[in-house]
Design a protein. Structure first.
Length: 132
């Protein structure tokens, strides 16, 4: 009688064979554009900086104005880069501001504002990262 393959290896082969080519159920994952309007892109900055206020308003010309207040929770000054992407109703970017450096004084709040150029933006996403 030939030797039997080890049980874990056999289970792996069976699992791969039965799942290959089978249509599975796709579950959409929520990304930053779906989940939040403010995204801090690195863990150290996420620990140091928080968004304490955010607001968006449609201006008379149709553009979207975004106003936020960022707070530096650390006891020393910190520089961050800030960018706003203006999004269509489905979350796809229409336009974006360039990365702008912003100095956050120790323990202080700092306002930041940006406006879309066009009138098509329905939503926005604010991104904050550590200055490189």
């Amino acid at each position: 009688m030939p030797p039997r393959p080890p049980l874990p290896a056999l289970a792996l082969v069976v699992a791969l064979a039965t799942s290959a080519g089978c249509p599975g159920r796709y579950v959409a994952q929520r990304g930053p554009s779906d989940a939040a309007t403010a995204v801090v892109l690195d863990p150290i900055t996420a620990e140091a900086v928080t968004v304490v206020h955010e607001d968006a308003a449609r201006l008379p010309g149709g553009s979207l104005e975004v106003r936020v207040v960022l707070r530096n929770r650390w006891p020393f000054d910190r520089w961050v880069d800030v960018k706003v992407e203006f999004l269509d109703p489905h979350g796809f970017p229409l336009e974006a501001t360039p990365w702008s450096p912003l100095r956050l004084a120790a323990g202080e709040d700092q306002p930041y504002a940006a406006r879309s150029l066009g009138a098509d933006a329905e939503r926005y996403r604010l991104s904050v990262r550590a200055t490189e």
